[in-house]
Design a protein around this ligand. Structure first.
Ligand code: PEP
Ligand code: MG
Length: 325
């Protein structure tokens, strides 16, 4: 079986009727990048940068971050590298960085909210990313965006960093793309407005499911309620992808659902550009993709959007989960 998957590493990720998808990797270290490259990844759709902050006893300096980002950019050899800015808080804590005790950490002081408050910490990371952009196809992505103001504030800080680098004579890509994660219901509802501010969206289904259904993604007692195929979630996905399409911006998916074989007809029907998943999922997803058509996916999608229960959706999509022998 492994051997068979190895055989498709070099094949284009494309359906039988010609719809091509970027299948990229979620990574949180340079080691994971090696595994992704060995699986023939289209690029990196989500570089989780938290490890740089968590694996030490102080904040990482600009140079330390720059080395890592540049290393990844060069290894990818012009394939896209989407670097997500710091996403701590919630379940992820830093020992050396005093975060307040909170009643609801997932709804609290975290991610872009910290970055827009501690602007020097944020600018250090932005400068490191900008400098690395000189060496590859680097893009910036902000997590947990809930409003147009947050995007504009973050972009103003990015602009300041660019200006500083220009004055210092340090190289970076002037046309670096900026995108946001769509992972809050608020962002879905104003996706058309957000699309005017950025170059791309990537849907973070892990948080989007959690917040849409009000189900803590870490709480085992209610894990049965954490349901990717809930009709409300499906409508959220549809709204987001259609808004991106209308605005003509790149649309990716980077939560766990991107690597779920059962969800493939949804992405094909809605015509997403990119699925980003753990490196181990790339080849199984590609193997399945090669057997599907976008046309049949559209029919399936129409059926599942008419379902009123997730159970029915699962019944329709369950043949997708069967691996080809
Ligand atoms: C997500 O929320 O779907 C996501 C990809 O980000 P993380 O799992 O790091 O929150
Ligand atoms: Mg998230």
């Amino acid at each position: 079986k492994k051997q068979q998957l190895r055989g498709i590493v070099g094949l284009k990720p494309v359906t039988k009727d010609g719809k091509e998808l970027e299948l990229s990797a979620n990574i949180s270290s340079l080691k994971e990048l090696e595994v992704a490259l060995a699986s023939g990844t289209s690029g990196v759709g989500l570089f989780r940068t938290e490890f740089l902050y968590m694996d030490r006893s102080r904040l990482p300096r600009e140079d330390e971050q720059y080395e890592v980002y540049r290393g990844a950019a060069e290894k990818l050899d012009n394939k896209p590298l989407i670097i997500r800015t710091l996403d701590i808080g919630g379940d992820k804590q830093l020992d050396y960085f005093e975060l307040p005790e909170e009643e609801n950490p997932f709804l609290g002081y975290r991610a872009i909210r910290i970055c827009l408050d501690k602007t020097s910490l944020f600018k250090t990371q932005l400068r490191a990313i900008l400098r690395a952009s000189y060496y590859g196809n680097v893009k910036i992505m902000y997590p947990l965006i809930s409003s147009v103001e947050e995007v504009r504030t973050a972009n103003n800080l990015l602009e300041q960093c660019k200006q500083e680098l220009r004055e210092e004579g340090i190289g970076f890509s002037e046309k670096i793309e900026v995108g946001i994660m769509i992972e809050l219901p608020a962002a879905v509802v104003i996706a058309d407005m957000l699309a005017d501010e950025v170059d791309f969206f990537s849907i973070g289904t892990n948080d989007l499911i959690q917040f849409t259904l009000a189900v803590d993604r870490m709480n085992e007692q209610i894990s049965y309620m954490y349901e990717p195929f809930h009709p409300a979630v499906l409508r959220m996905l549809k709204l987001t992808i259609e808004a991106a399409k209308r605005a003509g911006i790149h649309i990716g998916v980077c939560g766990e659902m991107a690597g779920d074989l059962k969800a493939l007809p949804i992405w094909l029907a809605l015509d997403v550009d990119e699925l980003s998943m753990s490196a181990q999922a790339i080849l199984p997803v590609k193997e399945k993709l090669l057997t599907l058509t976008q046309k049949a996916s559209l029919d399936l999608f129409e059926q599942i959007m008419a379902c009123r229960t997730s159970k029915q959706v699962h019944e329709i999509l369950s043949p997708m989960a069967v691996r080809i022998e």
